[in-house]
Ligand binder design. Structure first.
Ligand SMILES: [Zn+2]
Length: 218
């Protein structure tokens, strides 16, 4: 099965990717891993990519697409693959379609783990830290035993990292929604999009994923 996984930050994509890979014995192909491997192996494209990354520049699409093509050409993907983090734009989606056609490994389905952005904002902005001792808490998953009092040192002043602040988190989600929406439409039009309700327990989300994959397999 040739799959792609989509979902906003905090939607549980990483967890579901692990479960899919374990259950269906297909390689997990994430953009980050692909780049790291190409750079570590010093492939021609890896060296090129590194030259842009070192300058703090975006890697151009022809390099990124080339790295994806080299990865998908490897034999371990003959049984299928789970693509994660690529494509991020419609141009890349078109490039991926061309690559997978050429390799005769076309996508069978795109799984979108769908979670209400409001819920994601709460999840992603819940972390706070004791200013005195550095103990870390989360308002949903790990609150202090007594509200406003650090369990460890008893002080009452807390702060949030810049990345965890609600404004930062909301902006990150907004950017991702703007990036994902055209891709979701793209795959919807091609009858490849399967949306799974991510507002459930991890195992229930995976059951929903499995149900989708069972229909794809047939
Ligand atoms: Zn403390």
């Amino acid at each position: 099965m040739n799959l792609m996984l989509m979902g906003l930050p905090g939607a549980g994509k990483g967890t579901q990717a692990e479960k899919i890979v374990d259950a269906y014995h297909i390689p997990h192909i994430s953009t980050g891993d692909m780049f790291r491997a190409a750079m570590a192996d010093q492939t021609e494209l890896g060296v090129k990519a590194k030259s842009f990354i070192d300058k703090g520049e975006l890697v151009p699409d022809d390099v990124t697409n080339g790295i994806v093509e080299e990865r998908l050409a490897q034999a371990d993907t003959n049984v299928g693959y789970l693509l994660d983090g690529f494509p991020r734009t419609l141009d890349q989606a078109d490039a991926l379609a061309a690559i997978t056609d050429k390799l005769n490994k076309p996508l069978d389905g795109v799984i979108n783990i769908d979670v209400d952005p409001e819920i994601l904002a709460d999840r992603l902005s819940g972390r706070f830290i004791c200013k005195n001792c550095g103990a870390t808490y989360h308002k949903l998953y790990h609150p202090t035993k007594v509200e406003g009092t650090c369990d460890r040192c008893g002080e009452h002043v807390f702060f949030q990292r810049e990345d965890d602040k609600p404004e930062t988190v909301k902006n990150r989600l907004k950017v991702n929604i703007e990036m994902n929406t055209p891709l979701l439409d793209y795959y919807e039009k091609r009858n490849l999009l399967y949306t799974v309700d991510g507002n459930q327990e991890i195992d229930d989300v995976f059951s929903a994923v499995q149900k989708v994959l069972d229909t794809i397999k047939d």
